[in-house]
Design a protein around this ligand. Structure first.
Ligand SMILES: *[C@@H]1O[C@H](CO)[C@@H](O)[C@H](O)[C@H]1NC(C)=O
Ligand SMILES: *[C@@H]1O[C@H](CO)[C@@H](O)[C@H](O)[C@H]1NC(C)=O
Length: 427
């Protein structure tokens, strides 16, 4: 395998008027649907503001012959190409095995590296983790009370580092009191991708009242290029929510996760995934695991998130640290052996190549803003049985953030690695 740099992809920069219109439109939605739109506003900006003049597409040329056994969703239909993620070998007791000829004999042997068709295409880890990411240092599109820093400012402030364990750390400022905003970090990959596997291994994520962290991907000209929220939640939530946001035309056939071959406990936001016609709710799925997000994720040692984007659809898995499949640990992922994904958006009602393209991956930690701020007084969500207003004694998120620096000691990402895998088989 070797890396090859394709011709730089010229990023189309939207004219100012387009940006302004888009943002105005997004703000209009915000007034009506504060909660669900937050993340979309962030993306609206992400889609229209210049990230860089050009992006490199990095892909992998692997040696021929590796293919076939665990063929990822070839468009050819039946035979050996059962959709990865939708018909896993071994664990699908309820949904039955639709495909009997999917060649999973060798694929079920964990760590059998020879049978993975997925090859490492790009890896961010260790001392070079931050190479290949752009630091977002303008205002937060989601109206959080943060001041995003450049890489040099972030390092100088002690908010960005690779620690002694070799993990990438992105913190929030913990100065006891601030006037309004706290320094924070938001980064975007310089490379873009169209399909493949994204595997993010983290030991700690930001948590606590006021926080709104996310790891996601999105394409240009939001919502045209689509958005895939892989890890997202606010305040003291303990259950992750994965969500897609698209142009009109992308949907789910049902809001029953089991019928979608997903283990999610609920579809949130409905079955219309289009930003414009769903009030920007998108199609979200809530993880049944209460260690998939926040403080419980951290005390449990973290875990691994996988997003798979192939012809049969888009899926997200979560593995807590103690049960990360060995094939992932060995660098030879075999999605078909993992069991049902937590979230699955089948291609049948949402063409993954039409509604998603040229994605970049993003980490951020914002404070308050359109989502964390708007549910400050809400309760009854897993992990947030009591509202943050009650727990903190502050009536607004913003006042709490300004006065409570020590509360943000836990508001940091500590990431072992982000890896992109690809295949020479049809995606
Ligand atoms: C769920 O999995 C079954 C068994 O593999 C398959 O027949 C069905 O088409 C899948 N449904 C969806 C919505 O992916
Ligand atoms: C996988 O390869 C395809 C085709 O070359 C490319 O478009 C895509 O961006 C690659 N994905 C990753 C994650 O590298």
């Amino acid at each position: 395998m070797r890396l090859a740099n394709a011709a730089p992809l010229v990023l189309l920069l939207a004219a100012d008027t387009t940006s302004a219109n888009l943002l105005k439109r997004a703000s209009g939605f915000a007034a009506r649907h504060t909660k669900g739109l937050a993340r979309d506003l962030r993306v609206a900006f992400g889609g229209v503001l210049p990230r860089s003049d050009a992006q490199q597409v990095i892909y992998c040329k692997s040696s021929a012959g590796a293919a076939a056994i665990n063929d990822p969703g070839s468009s050819g239909g039946s035979g050996s190409s059962a959709a990865p993620g939708s018909s896993p070998s071994g664990t699908s007791s309820s949904s039955g095995k639709g495909s009997t000829t999917k060649g999973s004999k060798t694929a079920s042997a964990p760590g059998a590296t020879a049978s993975s068709v997925w090859q490492l295409a790009q890896s961010y880890s260790g001392s070079t983790f931050f190479d290949g990411w752009d630091f977002w240092d303008t205002s937060d599109p989601t109206h959080g009370v943060v001041d995003y820093l450049s890489e040099s400012d972030g390092r100088a402030a002690g908010l960005v580092e690779v620690n002694s364990a070799g993990n990438a750390v992105m913190r929030v400022e913990t100065t006891p009191t601030v006037a309004s905003v706290r320094k924070s970090i938001r980064i975007t990959t310089q490379a873009s991708f169209n399909g493949g596997l994204v595997i993010m291994d983290s030991v700690h994520m930001p948590t606590g009242c006021g926080t709104w962290p996310a790891f996601w991907s999105n394409g240009p000209n939001w919502p045209q290029g689509g958005e895939i929220d892989i890890v997202e939640g606010v305040n003291d939530y303990t259950n992750n929510q994965a969500t897609i946001h698209t142009d009109p035309g992308c949907a789910l056939t049902t809001d029953n996760p089991a019928a979608l071959n997903a283990t999610a406990s609920a579809v949130t936001g409905g079955t219309d995934c289009a930003a414009a016609t769903s009030g920007n709710q998108g199609c979200g799925m809530r993880d049944p695991s209460d260690v998939s997000f926040g403080a419980a994720f951290n005390s449990n040692g973290g875990g691994v998130y996988v997003m798979q984007w192939i012809s049969s659809g888009i899926s997200v898995w979560f593995f807590q640290a103690s049960s990360v499949p060995s094939d992932i640990q060995n660098g030879a992922p075999q999605p078909k052996t993992w069991g049902l994904p937590m979230a699955h958006w089948p291609a049948s009602d949402c063409n993954p190549w039409k509604f998603f393209f040229d994605h970049v991956a993003i980490f951020d930690t914002t404070l308050c803003g359109d989502w964390a701020g708007s549910v400050w007084t809400s309760s009854g969500i897993p992990g947030q049985e009591q509202s943050c207003a009650t727990r903190t004694g502050f009536s607004t998120c913003e006042a709490f953030v300004a006065a409570s620096g020590a509360s943000f000691n836990e508001a940091y990402w500590e990431v072992r690695s982000v890896k992109f895998y690809n295949t020479t088989s049809p995606l």
